[in-house]
Structure formats: structure tokens, C-alpha cells
Design a protein around this ligand. Structure first.
Ligand code: MN
Length: 231
């Protein structure tokens, strides 16, 4: 195949213990999926799940043991961290039932749903789409993927992020409002899931701003830590 312009390279994420990598198709994100985070954003946490998408090329892939460098993005003065467990889809489908969802998950990783909160807030007030707040270069840092069978009990794992060595967010994945099976059921009712889709499952309370020079270290028990420095 030859193209009239350069083709977009495939974004791929390293896999722990494997030479092969995980190619990314889409990045789905769940909004307000922990009660205490919904409350800090001014909501009750009693709403149906909802989703947004980041382009695959927004991923900032950080190999194990390395620190990713995220360039502070333009237009914002309020860049927030949202630490999230990421489910990585190995086999796709439509109308997947929650009870069957696990077999569609190839593995798990630690991710950050980086957010230009001031721009998102302006769009919310105007009733406009969130893209400018959520979808931008390097807005989706992700660490190495652990195959599902080796990831341990991620649904009851601690989840946290520290900034410059101090706790910012610390919770447990068991506090998800909509669990991973239910998320997959809802997403696959609206879109056809496919191999390579990443699902950022939502963030707990404690979201806050970072600036140039800050180092974020995020984790979920059983998965490699994700380290990102804002530059
Ligand atoms: Mn999020």
C-alpha cells in the first residue's frame, strides 16, 4: 500500500514480560465513576454511566521503569491529574453482557486521564462538547499492560497517585459506581468494541492541578507504576 501522505503510525503499549506490544485503536473514558469524585465535581454520583473518547494518538506511552515527559499543554492554567485503572480490550463485540465482559479483557494498565479543567468547565457551562478539555496531545499517559490472568484482583486493588512524593488521590477500585463489566456492557451497547480499545474506568476523588516540574507517580496494586513528569 502506498499513500499520498505519511500514514499515521500505530500507537502501541508495552506488555510486561512480552516482546510484542499492544496496538491501540480507541481510548474510551468513563465520566464521574466514583461517588466522592462525582461529589467534588458538584454531582451526586447517582447518574447513568457516560463516556467520552480520546484519540489513540493522545496516548503518552511510558515503558516500565521510565518517566514519561508530558509537555504542559496550551491554553490551560488548570491541568488536572485523574488516576485511573485502564482495561485493555482483546476481543471486541456489540451488546456484551456484564457477566461475559471479563473474557474480552486482554489486560490492565495504570493510566492518567489528564484534563484541562478550566477549558472543560467553560464547555460544560456552554453545553458544548468536552473535547478541548479532555482530548489533546499526551492527554492519556499509560504504563505497561499486564495480562489479565497475571494482574491479580484489580477490582479490589488500591489506586493512588502521588505528586512530588505526596498523596493526591488514594482509593480502591471496589468503589467504582459502575464496575468494569457494567462499563463494557454500556459501551458495547453504544459502540462496537474492538481489539485494541482502551477503557479508562474513571477516577476517585482528589483531582487537582499540576504544573511544570511536577512528577506524578500513579499506581494500582498488582500493576507497574506509571511515572510522568510535566515539562
Ligand atoms: Mn477521567
Amino acid at each position: 500500500m502506498s499513500y499520498v501522505i505519511p500514514a499515521v503510525p500505530v500507537v502501541s503499549v508495552p506488555v510486561v514480560g512480552r516482546a510484542e506490544t499492544f496496538p491501540v485503536r480507541r481510548i474510551y473514558c468513563v465520566g464521574r465513576n466514583y461517588v466522592e469524585h462525582a461529589k467534588e465535581m458538584g454531582f451526586t454520583g447517582r447518574e447513568a454511566p457516560f463516556f467520552f473518547i480520546k484519540p489513540a494518538d493522545n496516548a503518552l506511552v511510558v515503558p516500565q521503569g521510565q518517566t514519561g515527559e508530558m509537555a504542559y499543554p496550551p491554553l490551560t492554567k488548570d491541568l488536572h491529574h485523574e488516576i485511573e485503572l485502564v482495561a485493555c480490550i482483546g476481543t471486541g463485540g456489540r451488546n456484551i453482557k456484564a457477566a461475559d465482559a471479563k473474557k474480552h479483557i486482554w489486560g490492565y494498565a495504570v493510566g492518567l486521564d489528564m484534563t484541562r479543567r478550566d477549558l472543560q468547565g467553560e464547555q460544560k457551562k456552554l453545553g458544548r462538547p468536552w473535547e478541548i478539555g479532555k482530548a489533546f496531545e499526551q492527554a492519556a499517559p499509560i504504563g505497561p499492560i499486564v495480562p489479565a490472568a497475571q494482574a491479580g484482583d484489580v477490582e479490589n486493588a488500591d489506586i493512588w497517585v502521588q505528586v512530588n512524593g505526596k498523596d493526591r488521590q488514594r482509593s480502591n477500585v471496589s468503589k467504582l459506581i459502575w464496575n468494569i463489566g457494567e462499563i463494557i456492557e454500556h459501551i458495547s451497547a453504544a459502540w462496537e468494541l474492538a481489539p485494541g480499545d482502551l477503557i479508562y474506568t474513571g477516577t476517585p476523588e482528589g483531582v487537582a492541578a499540576v504544573g511544570k516540574g511536577d512528577t506524578l507517580v500513579g499506581g494500582v496494586t498488582g500493576l507497574p507504576e506509571l511515572r510522568v513528569r510535566v515539562v
